[in-house]
Design a protein around this ligand. Structure first.
Ligand SMILES: [Zn+2]
Length: 168
């Protein structure tokens, strides 16, 4: 399993619904491993080249969660600005506004539906990963001025093409 880097086409595509949540279990396990190796706190299927609507979350150190066909059903009106990075955008950090609290419905890798309320870092990470399923990157969420600041770095990544980095 390889990490897909910006500007790979799959990162800009809307991912497809997963017909059977149980079918992602093997992928999800490999994604958790990759996420932990790279010290990420979340990894979405398009980031490993799978255009499917699921992601793994690892905000808590020893607990991972799989979200299949996730849907945000409620968002707080309060927004929080904070810095974000992305395993698909190495050495890029951008400040992104996100809803402070969200309620999310999804299925886990055993096919069980669940709903959780997320705050803080978990709320931010879930919104970031869910964006990936819609072909949206954190750099798409910043204003022109902030984008300008990272434009040189994005050029370098673009020049490298949609190269992938293999997992160690
Ligand atoms: Zn990301």
């Amino acid at each position: 399993m390889e990490l897909v880097l910006y500007p790979a086409e799959v990162l800009g595509r809307r991912a497809a619904l997963v017909p059977d949540p149980v079918s992602v279990e093997v992928y999800a396990r490999a994604m958790v491993r990759l996420m932990r190796e790279r010290e990420g706190i979340g990894l979405a299927a398009p980031q490993v080249g799978l255009s499917m609507r699921f992601f793994v979350l690892g905000v808590d150190r020893d607990r991972e969660q799989v979200f299949v066909n996730p849907r945000i059903v409620r968002t707080s009106r309060r927004m929080v600005r904070s810095e974000e990075s992305c395993l698909s955008l190495p050495d890029v950090t951008v400040e992104v506004p996100r809803a402070a609290v969200i309620d999310v419905q999804a299925w886990d890798e055993r096919g069980e539906p669940f709903e959780i309320r997320a705050r803080g870092l978990a709320a931010r990470a879930i919104q970031h990963e869910l964006d990936h399923l819609n072909g949206v990157l954190c750099i798409d969420r910043v204003d022109m001025k902030r984008r300008e600041r990272i434009s040189r770095r994005l050029e370098v990544l673009s020049r490298n093409g949609s190269a992938t980095r293999s997992a160690p």
